[in-house]
Design a protein around this ligand. Structure first.
Ligand code: PMP
Length: 450
């Protein structure tokens, strides 16, 4: 054990010496994952964890899903090569399936290798189509890490520079549990957000290209806008000819249980003009993409090419993964198991002052933490719970503008027994964190170093 701990410490030191300082990792002693199966992963020291976060960190259905592993191995054994200069039956078949699933009429699909690149491409399409570099984005948003994507990321903790090729106008619609709109009903919130959108548009000089929004903000802490918000936005956007881009990188593929895509919760809004996806579609293989109606997708007049977009190997993985997801009705599973898990977490939270709110849908659930007995966001509590959950053999994520939100997004095949196991581990971790926060020693020193 001492030997593996020593090797792990040495790896961490080498990581720190050669990778950028700004590359975030979780935990005081970051985990090195070595293998996975189903909803579980193992680290280099032999510890097993139930994975309540990996569903969003790309393993949409299950770890090491045999169907996906076999599809990858089979394709890799035949041809490990990629370029859009050649046709690929896997890429064409996957594009046909995604075009049908997207709900967008006359849809065209372009594959990328990440969510950032998918959003970059969506911005390229929207700004070219509308001949404008003005973009509307939601406050508290996260859309990726490239030079243009950071320009539409309203969560300043994830946006290292304000320099951007875009002129971004931020509107309300993301966080509603705090701030000036906290006391409003759903209908009042929608009215207030529409008024804010109209106000911002009234001040914008010239035409605006698009509104980009995550239907449920991911890194922003699984904020839940009321159903119908985007339908109300769409009425305003349509009047100005502004495109609607839905970033489904976290909400896509049935994660919210009720719908295949997050935009579908907004009913009358109809399909977006542009949809982006990534993360889970390849179940761990780097795959993302953009869907748009042909008129928008084909507005680019110059040639283009992508070396790795829709490579035969990643497309084979995504086809196997999507097939499994639909055949096993994992969206329905997310709705059923997620519903049970949410109810269980709500009853845990009822007795704990450190929890302000349990929210979310399907297997996209959040637990917002505060300094016990107050309404003050506590990033320290989130850090303590993350470490304590690890001790309990449970991986979870965190997020939110103040870093005080726990994010729960397991692979969509989570069983009821596993949901129960995770809820019990999280209950123990929340109790440990609350006890630590309430002890004079912890609060007196300004907190435990994490
Ligand atoms: N959009 C959203 C909503 C995301 O959550 C993320 C990743 N956290 C991205 C875009 C960027 O995706 P990637 O990390 O694959 O570039």
């Amino acid at each position: 054990a001492t030997e593996t701990a020593g090797a792990h410490a040495a790896l961490h030191a080498r990581h720190r010496a050669v990778l950028p300082d700004w590359l975030a990792t979780y935990y005081a002693q970051p985990i090195e994952l070595t293998h996975g199966e189903g909803r579980y992963v193992w680290d280099a020291e032999g510890n097993r964890y139930l994975d309540f976060f990996g569903g969003i960190l790309t393993t949409m259905t299950a770890h090491a899903l045999p169907e996906v592993a076999a599809a990858v191995a089979e394709q890799a054994g035949r041809l490990l090569h990629s370029s859009t200069l050649y046709l690929s039956s896997q890429a064409v078949e996957l594009a046909e399936r995604i075009a049908r699933l997207s709900g967008i009429p006359d849809a065209r699909v372009f594959f990328t290798t990440s969510g950032t690149e998918a959003n970059d491409t969506a911005l390229l399409l929207a700004t070219s189509y509308r001949r404008s570099n003005q973009i509307l984005a939601l406050r508290n948003s996260y859309h990726g890490r490239s030079f243009s994507a950071i320009g539409i990321t309203g969560n300043s903790a994830w946006s290292p520079t304000s320099l951007s090729p875009l002129q971004t106008l931020y509107v309300h619609g993301g966080v509603r549990t705090r701030g000036p709109y906290a006391h409003l009903s759903d209908a009042e919130f929608i009215t207030a957000c529409v008024a804010d959108l109209e106000d911002v548009l009234g001040q914008a000089g010239g035409q605006v290209a698009a509104l980009i929004a995550e239907p449920v903000q991911g890194v922003g802490g699984f904020t839940m806008p009321p159903d119908g918000l985007f339908a109300a936005f769409k009425q305003v956007l349509d009047r100005h000819g502004i495109l609607w881009i839905t970033d489904e990188v976290q909400t896509g593929w049935g994660r919210t249980g009720e719908h295949f895509w997050g935009w579908q919760a907004h009913g009358k809004a109809g399909p977006p003009d542009i949809l982006t996806f990534a993360k889970g579609v390849g179940n761990g293989m780097s795959m993302g993409g953009v869907v748009a109606r042909a008129e928008v997708m084909n507005c680019l007049t110059a040639n283009s090419i992508s070396t790795f977009g829709g490579s035969p190997v990643t497309a084979a993985a995504a086809l196997a993964n999507l097939g499994y997801l639909i055949e096993h009705d994992l969206q329905g599973n997310a709705r059923r198991v997620g519903g049970l898990l949410k109810a269980r977490l709500e009853s845990v939270a009822a007795g704990l002052g450190v929890v302000r709110e349990v929210r979310g849908r399907g297997l996209m659930l959040a637990v917002e933490l505060v300094v016990p007995g107050t309404d003050q966001p506590s990033a320290q509590a989130a850090g303590l719970v993350l470490e304590a959950a690890r001790e309990q053999g449970l991986l979870i994520g965190k997020g939110g503008r103040a870093g005080n939100v726990l994010r729960i997004a397991p692979p969509l095949s989570l069983s009821v027994a596993e949901a129960e196991e995770g809820a019990a581990a999280l209950e123990a971790a929340l109790k440990a964190a609350q006890t630590a926060l309430e002890s004079p020693q912890t609060t007196g020193t300004g907190g435990v170093t994490l």
